[in-house]
Write a protein that binds this ligand. Sequence first.
Ligand SMILES: NC(=O)c1ccc[n+]([C@@H]2O[C@H](COP(=O)([O-])OP(=O)(O)OC[C@H]3O[C@@H](n4cnc5c(N)ncnc54)[C@H](OP(=O)(O)O)[C@@H]3O)[C@@H](O)[C@H]2O)c1
Length: 252
Amino acid sequence: MKSMDRWRGRVALVTGASAGIGRAVAQRLAEAGMKVALTARRQERLDALAAAIGEAGGEALALPADARDEAALIEVFERVRAAWGGVDVMVNNAGLGRDAPLCDGDTAGWREMLDVNVLALAICTREAVSDMRRRGDAGQIIHISSMSGHRVPPGGGGFYAATKHAVRALTEGLRQELRAADSAIRVCAISPGSVETEFAEVMRGPAAAAEAYGRFPCLQPHDVADAVLFALGRPPHAQIHDILLRPTRQPS
Ligand SMILES: NC(=O)c1ccc[n+]([C@@H]2O[C@H](COP(=O)([O-])OP(=O)(O)OC[C@H]3O[C@@H](n4cnc5c(N)ncnc54)[C@H](OP(=O)(O)O)[C@@H]3O)[C@@H](O)[C@H]2O)c1
């Protein structure tokens, strides 16, 4: 893809690369000629994806870490710096929902969503910006947010929506800090509606997931990867701020 030429040979770090959207984004970035660092907890999945990328002629590193552990995240960055010098494109994708309503939900579920969806994203952003400043001040941060960062869906997902509203604020807050610093680093969010991944099963179990993904044709992970490639492929003077994309037949 010609619009991706300037990223060829540069380094992307994708969180949540063991499944769903993250895996599809990592594959597409590797196909576009980027070196891709893959992180998530499930090492065997990362190893398999890194091997597949390698067999297809690309370069990938599998770097397992729990996103709730700041020291583990910092170690991921240290390993990317040691191998390839640092990060040029940061895709903050790792995330989850827990079935934890506000009236009677479990604090552990709220904390996990906050730790992964918000704090890990902020930690990875800070580390990546420091790399990008050293490497020519012209990288890109991409947050995988959600339609739930733009409205609160019915059905008890209030806390999850709160974390994605936080991502929306973090996108604009970072844009403002980068403008104040006169940096060429870009930031954008991608906000999908329902995507058929492991997300619904993690949140509510297999029966609810089958029901959720059977109601209408959902987005597929490659639809979100396309949006990431579109944002990255814009010329340096054009910054996509957010892309909202829903399944055509999704009501909310
Ligand atoms: N699917 C949707 O309908 C939808 C819609 C809008 C936005 N999103 C957002 O899209 C992003 C990706 O979700 P998905 O739909 O692709 O779901 P998924 O298939 O469940 O993938 C989630 C990814 O996040 C990783 N992850 C979760 N907890 C982690 C932890 N503690 N440490 C490290 N990695 C962790 C998982 O890896 P391990 O389990 O291997 O650690 C996995 O790779 C999330 O931010 C989600 O909020 C999804």
